[in-house]
Design a protein around this ligand. Structure first.
Ligand code: AMP
Length: 174
């Protein structure tokens, strides 16, 4: 069996010089790899007894949707600003230059609901901190965070120390 890492394409200097982009499109193109990732994510989501999936735009949608279908769990998108049609709440987070924002519908999570947040990759953890805050503002409980890749040379663990974080592949050097 191929290792999960072998399905990920590493693209140097994208989107700018000095950044290595970890491209999961090559994982999606190989059903064996996609299935391997989903099997591991499913196992984790079962272990934390989550009852709802919150998926982060946009690559998180792909993993989140596949998991929601195979696990028969409700799926909620956390979206870039201006995309959701109903009443929303928003959280801003810092990027290297400037800020970005994610939104969720106000009725997307119920009080006390156990949520797993799904994305493709954890870098600084800023995106996930914002989505955890959205879930908590709606009264939900962040049961855990499920990602395929983590850049463990970045200090996301500190930022996310309150939460249970699971990832399948670690890159420990830039
Ligand atoms: P962060 O908020 O710094 O943890 O960034 C995580 C988000 O940015 C995820 O939604 C990733 O898809 C994306 N991202 C950040 N760095 C990379 C990278 N080196 N390769 C691929 N995606 C990345």
């Amino acid at each position: 069996m191929n290792t999960l890492k072998s399905f990920i394409r590493e693209v140097p200097d994208f989107p700018k010089e000095g950044i290595v982009f970890y491209d999961v499109s090559t994982l999606f193109q190989q059903p064996e790899g996609f299935r391997q990732a989903l099997d591991a994510m499913e196992k984790y989501v079962r272990s934390i007894e989550a009852t709802k999936i919150v998926a982060i735009e946009s690559r998180g949608f792909i993993f989140g949707a596949a998991l929601a279908d195979r696990m028969n769990l409700p799926l909620v998108p956390a979206r870039k600003p201006g995309k959701l049609p109903f009443e929303t709440i928003a959280e801003e987070y810092a990027l290297e230059y400037g800020t970005d924002k994610l939104e969720m519908h106000v009725d997307a999570v119920e009080k006390g609901e156990r949520v797993v947040i799904v994305d493709d990759l954890i870098a600084t953890g800023g995106t996930l901190v914002a989505v955890c805050a959205l879930v908590e503002r709606l009264g939900g409980v962040v049961a855990g965070i499920s990602a395929v890749i983590a850049l463990t040379f970045l200090p996301f663990a500190e930022k996310l120390s309150k939460y249970d974080v699971n990832y399948l592949i670690a890159y420990d050097t830039e």
